[in-house]
Design a protein around this ligand. Sequence first.
Ligand SMILES: NC(=O)c1ccc[n+]([C@@H]2O[C@H](COP(=O)([O-])OP(=O)(O)OC[C@H]3O[C@@H](n4cnc5c(N)ncnc54)[C@H](O)[C@@H]3O)[C@@H](O)[C@H]2O)c1
Length: 327
Amino acid sequence: MKLLVTGGAGYIGSVVTRMLLDSGHDVTVLDDLRTGHREALAPEATHVDLPIHEAARVLTPDAGFEGVLHFAALIAAGESMVKPELYWDTNTIGSLALINAVRAARVPRMVFSSTAAVYGNPTELPIPETAVKAPTNTYGATKLAVDMALTSEAIAHDRAAVSLRYFNVAGAYLHGGRTIGERHDPETHLIPLALQVAAGKREKLQLFGDDYPTVDGTCVRDYIHVEDLARAHLLALTAAVPGQHRIYNLGNGSGFTVKQVIDVVREVTGHPVPVEVSPRREGDPVELVASSALAREELGWVPEKPTLRDMVGDAWAFYRDQVLGQR
Ligand SMILES: NC(=O)c1ccc[n+]([C@@H]2O[C@H](COP(=O)([O-])OP(=O)(O)OC[C@H]3O[C@@H](n4cnc5c(N)ncnc54)[C@H](O)[C@@H]3O)[C@@H](O)[C@H]2O)c1
């Protein structure tokens, strides 16, 4: 298929682009590199340096695109609370412009990166797609708005759309002797932060709250390997049906505490990870674990790298290879 990938210079978009190219698709990446990395762009993909607000310049009716995978977004929940206007404009207004361009160009299918953040504090565990949506931060709200826009779009205009709601994405994709992995700036995700501490690039890891009602007092999260996540996108592309907006949670269905993650980082790297316990952060749910039963049933998706060891091991390989340049 001829595909447009927005955000293909970012962590997840670059891994999916790599897999799409390896599966024989023709990929154009639209990314203005505001948080992405030029070196993450796949050389075989065409790169268009534009904001998603201007997607119509590429997605013309004559261009012949057969699908859009939409990753481009700002993703820091904390920042979204202090710069909400930036998040509404980038994530929601930008996505609406993209959806308009998709409709005008009659692109038959669209896959959108949604997030577990749309659920807020879950009312049931593991969280099904039908759970109450009550985001506790602006980031989650901007994503939920796009999910809702896609539902109306699919019904009113007979479009095919799939939203994939990722839980915590981790790991790296090892490909042809190179690893493609996570490099956010500032980094807010637990595993890359813990690896920075293990590598001596950061003095200590801040642990927010150790008095939660869990096995060791720290929050429980569901982690999904980026390679498993990427495979779900390829499945979603073929599962999209006109007139339907399908929504799937993507996680492993098993939760790990923050302390368990840190222990695996210590084990895998062989380095100490000093921790400083701070008070709980406002709005952090105690436990977020996905039910991915629907993705398994309807997409035939099965995680192949479900262990923390796989995720931390691959993330560490990327960190040493690409960030520290030690291999
Ligand atoms: N990383 C996670 O754990 C996680 C979890 C849930 C959902 N998601 C979603 O997955 C998607 C990808 O996340 P990621 O971790 O790869 O993020 P990332 O920051 O690594 O990549 C985002 C990419 O989008 C580009 N971009 C941002 N705004 C743009 C705009 N307006 N126009 C053009 N390009 C723009 C950036 O330059 C960057 O290359 C996001 O939509 C995010 O909300 C990520």
